[in-house]
Design a protein around this ligand. Structure first.
Ligand code: PEP
Ligand code: MN
Length: 355
């Protein structure tokens, strides 16, 4: 990280950027009110630290010794407005702002009527963003894979419903991309690109998703440590996109015997990640627990832990949901969840979690 002098000239800054490019590195330039900070992105072995330290206009060169440099608090504290939390804006909605954000919708888009019915319920309950899986990651190849598996035409039709439902009810949209081949198509239709837990490690997918000029939500792999999770989020930032939303969705339970929940919801990760980065963190209690009877309590707990919002699966008729019915709540139940979370948020001492 190169910290420029407060009185560094435009020419000096441009010179530093040219030098960075000369070494085959990318410059991540942040112009603050007082000074410019330039992050060096690329192979660390190629960075001639001493060379940059003596360039005109350079105040100092700081080496950040962690793998997630660009999204770290250490780096973020030099940017305006990121000393506490970066706000990711999607239309009028602020993720990481003063109010918790609720991303809600069916696990999978099943048909147009289902999606519109749920979207209406999400809006009525106070939700902000509509989710709906079209390319579903499934453990069994014999189960419903999402409408996206039906080929390009069916995928586009479902994406079009999602966009239309979002417009009709004033809800920005999010859906998962499972592979690089889906990125261009999906980015034409939705507002946020979701990278699911299973693909957290796909660095090519992360890099490609970052280039679409849209926020990317990255879910934690169920076997990933927090450092690893953040190190992969760094791939998105390194590709030039800092509109990153992190989502805790539970890790694998340990020990013998029945666990009673689908995964183990690691809520301590919320304040820990907020100490490490300036990115907003959401929690998904649906996949974490796999149980609708736990959504209210775990949603409240996530907000109490300081989460910037939640991603929740809802269905107007959970018993008939093609995927993840046991964890889906109804729009009426959603309203109770959102109301309870808002009450907790109001009195929440964790909402300003930082270092
Ligand atoms: C999802 O949100 O649709 C999903 C599949 O979640 P995860 O990637 O966390 O399993
Ligand atoms: Mn699901």
């Amino acid at each position: 990280m190169i910290i420029m002098e407060t009185d560094a000239t435009k020419e000096q800054i441009a010179h530093v950027i040219r030098e960075i490019k000369k070494y085959g590195l990318r410059a991540d330039v942040s112009k603050g009110a007082y000074r410019t900070v330039i992050g060096l992105v690329g192979d660390e072995r190629k960075i001639p630290f001493d060379h940059f330290a003596v360039l005109p206009g350079v105040k100092e060169v700081i080496k950040i010794e962690i793998p997630y440099k660009l999204i770290s608090r250490e780096y973020g504290k030099f940017f305006e407005g990121m000393s506490e939390r970066m706000v990711v804006r999607v239309g009028d909605i602020e993720i990481g702002g003063d109010e918790p954000v609720f991303i809600v919708g069916p696990c999978a888009v099943e048909n147009k009527a289902q999606l519109f019915k749920i979207a209406e319920g999400v809006k009525r309950a106070g939700g902000h963003i509509l989710r709906g899986g079209i390319f579903k990651p499934r453990s069994s190849v014999h189960s419903f894979q999402g409408l996206g598996a039906g080929g390009r035409e069916e995928a586009e039709e479902a994406l079009d419903w999602l966009r239309e439902a979002g417009r009709e009810f004033g809800l920005p949209t999010i859906t998962e991309i499972r592979g690089e081949a889906q990125v261009d198509l999906v980015a034409e239709y939705v507002d946020i690109l979701q990278i699911g837990a299973r693909n957290m490690y796909d660095q090519d997918l992360l890099t490609k998703a970052a280039t679409k000029g849209k926020p990317v939500m990255l879910k934690r792999h169920f076997g990933a440590g927090i450092e690893e999770f953040l190190s992969f989020a760094e791939y998105i930032a390194a590709a030039g996109n800092k509109d990153i939303i992190l989502c805790e969705r539970g890790i694998l339970p340990v020990g013998k015997g029945k666990s009673y929940t689908r995964y183990m919801l690691d809520l301590a990760s919320v304040p820990v990640i907020q100490k490490e980065t300036y990115l907003p963190v959401l929690v998904d209690p649906s996949h974490a627990t796999g149980r609708r009877d736990l959504i209210l309590s775990m949603s409240c707990a996530a907000i109490a832990a300081g989460a910037s919002g939640l991603m929740i699966e809802a269905h107007h008729n959970p018993a008939e949901a093609l995927v993840d019915g046991p964890q889906a709540i109804t729009p009426d139940e959603l309203k109770d969840v959102i109301d309870a979370c808002r009450r907790i948020h109001k009195v929440n001492p964790s909402k300003r979690n930082k270092d």
